[in-house]
Design a protein around this ligand. Structure first.
Ligand code: AMP
Length: 192
């Protein structure tokens, strides 16, 4: 089973992805985490990605596609995967579909968190305050949201043509939100 999880910064995606991983026995693959690990290791990929990540830009499609491909082809990696942070562009989505099709697989479900922008901004501003990041201004946060929305909407539209995209209300308590996801995913889980 292959699932994708999308959510803007501050949507609680990381927390919920951990719950989904546990409950549905998927392995959670976050391309952001993978890249941060490469940077920490000082690998060639890490060196290439570091500068780009620091600037807040996306790493080139071919680089991230190669990374994901090598993970999905790794026989030690479970074929039940929850992808987080990938695909971020239409190009990446098409490459993912192709690599899955080669193995006779496809994306089975998509989760997309919906949280009103003012709620996200308040959460992120609070987080910035707690973590002591005074540079995380309302304007910068708003800009990141728009970036996310523009890119993700294209990717979601691509998947809406063939897969159930579950739009999950991301406002509420952690358990309450997870219950919404659980209910949404049960039919896919039964068909497994
Ligand atoms: P994230 O933790 O998902 O927010 O990712 C952190 C950073 O890693 C992003 O700002 C990008 O620079 C890079 N990154 C992660 N996933 C991708 C992706 N699918 N395509 C391009 N860049 C990515």
């Amino acid at each position: 089973m292959i699932g994708l999880i999308f959510g803007p910064p501050g949507s609680g995606k990381g927390t919920q992805a951990a719950h989904v991983e546990r409950e549905f026995k998927l392995s959670h693959l976050s391309t952001g985490d993978i890249l941060r690990a490469e940077v920490a290791r000082g690998s060639d990929i890490g060196k290439e990605a570091e500068r780009i990540m620091r600037a807040g830009d996306l790493v080139p499609d071919d680089l991230i596609i190669r990374i994901v491909q090598s993970i999905l082809r790794d026989p030690n990696v479970s074929s039940d995967v929850l992808l987080d942070g990938f695909p971020r562009t239409l190009e990446q989505a098409k490459a993912l579909d192709e690599m899955l099709a080669q193995e006779g697989h496809k994306v089975d479900f998509v989760i997309a968190f919906k949280v009103p922008e003012d709620v996200l901004i308040e959460r992120l501003l609070h987080r910035a305050e707690v973590e002591g990041r005074p540079d995380d201004t309302r304007e910068a946060i708003r800009e990141r949201m728009h970036e996310y929305r523009n890119l993700t909407e294209m990717v979601l539209d691509h998947y809406r043509k063939g897969v159930k995209v579950h739009e999950i209300d991301g406002v509420g308590e952690i358990e309450e939100i997870f219950e919404r996801i659980r209910k949404a995913l049960l039919p896919a889980e039964r068909g497994r």
